[in-house]
Design a protein around this ligand. Structure first.
Ligand code: FE
Length: 366
């Protein structure tokens, strides 16, 4: 009996020591919760008590991750991220229904955000702070989503062969003047589909189709590659002018690959349609998921992401245009200067997408 008593005391002692060691390491939540009276130093840090927010995102930029970490540091709210393609994430949220863990849906393209809304997976975002920081035209009418940044789809040209004074509008690129000189990526890409949708909205279906046919007739080659590849095609003399998003020029200019830096240096950025309908823009943004279980945290994160500091960071790192006018632009964007953009309801990009795809197919834009 003595032996048994001794051994059970020893066991208890060992158990307490081991438990204390685990709790002291702070690496196991279950060990901490098993400890009877956690001392001050054993108490979980704020980041473990601030709750969480779950994001389904089609944005995949390093700066996003940095900002989430910073948000967690400041608020104690853990950010969990599920990455995927926008249509797949929308399907997933529809399938998960009320049991979805998603609180926020982040993506690029206003049309996709509107699709998420019309699919019934979003709800209004109620925040006076966001109402103040995000301009009306960069928010859904019923506040189901807000833009986090904007991007412009512009004309990029070979500085040694084209003078900016020769450039004017998207329409001009579809005239004989540019025969065999235009490069642009495939029409299967959403950036082009939304651009064409914006033209359908602004100039009407018939004119938009004429424009697309004229553009295709001026192609220097069959569409291939992404936006960066269009700038590379300009630099290597395949074409003289390209249609592409501004931020890729920024990424190439600051690239670690000397080849990309050279390409960025050899091209100019031109904002078309300044005297007419404005340059085509699109957005990246976030919607509040209808069945969000962490709504307050989700709104807190959106307020954080639209603060001057975060907006400056997004713009500096990604060369996107901020939605908060107080943010500081990187030098490159400052040098490009202010520009007039299309007056457009981004919901149209979604609504007119099937029409845009139909026109692209009809005119043979691969
Ligand atoms: Fe992109």
């Amino acid at each position: 009996m003595m032996y048994n008593k001794y051994s059970s005391t020893l066991f208890t002692l060992l158990f307490v020591i081991v438990l204390g060691f685990i709790a002291g390491c702070g690496s196991s939540d279950s060990a901490q919760s098993n400890a009877k009276e956690p001392s001050e130093e054993n108490k979980p840090e704020s980041s473990e008590t601030g709750g969480e927010v779950n994001i389904y995102t089609a944005r995949h930029y390093d700066v996003d991750k940095e900002l989430y970490d910073q948000f967690t540091e400041q608020t104690g709210i853990t950010v969990n991220v599920v990455e995927g393609k926008a249509p797949e994430l929308i399907e997933r949220m529809k399938r998960e229904g009320a049991s979805t863990p998603a609180d926020l849906f982040l993506t690029v393209d206003g049309g996709i955000l509107n699709t998420a809304k019309t699919e019934g997976i979003l709800q209004p975002i109620m925040s006076e702070d966001l109402d103040k920081k995000v301009p009306n035209d960069l928010r859904d009418k019923e506040n189901h989503w807000i833009a986090l940044s904007t991007r412009a789809r512009v004309i990029v040209y070979a500085k040694d062969r084209v003078d900016a004074s020769q450039l004017s509008t998207y329409e001009d690129l579809a005239t004989d003047k540019w025969k065999g000189k235009v490069v642009v990526r495939s029409s299967t890409n959403l950036y082009n589909q939304s651009m064409l949708a914006s033209f359908i909205d602004i100039m009407g279906e018939e004119q938009a189709e004429k424009w697309a046919a004229g553009l295709v007739a001026n192609f220097a080659r069959e569409p291939e590659g992404g936006d960066r590849d269009q700038a590379k095609a300009i630099a290597s003399g395949i074409g003289d002018v390209a249609i592409m998003n501004t931020y890729y020029v920024g990424h190439m200019a600051s690239s670690e690959e000397p080849e990309e830096v050279k390409v960025a240096e050899s091209v100019g950025v031109f904002f078309p349609n300044q005297q007419t309908t404005g340059t085509h823009i699109n957005i990246s943004g976030a919607g509040l998921v209808k069945h969000s279980k962490n709504k307050d945290n989700a709104i807190k994160l959106l307020e954080f992401l639209t603060d001057t500091e975060a907006q400056t960071k997004i713009s500096q790192a990604n060369y996107e245009f901020p939605v908060n006018s107080q943010a500081t632009l990187p030098e490159l964007l400052q040098n490009w200067g202010m520009f007039k953009h299309q007056k457009i309801d981004f919901a149209k990009y979604g609504e007119l997408n099937p029409k845009a795809v139909e026109i692209a197919n009809k005119v043979g834009w691969k």
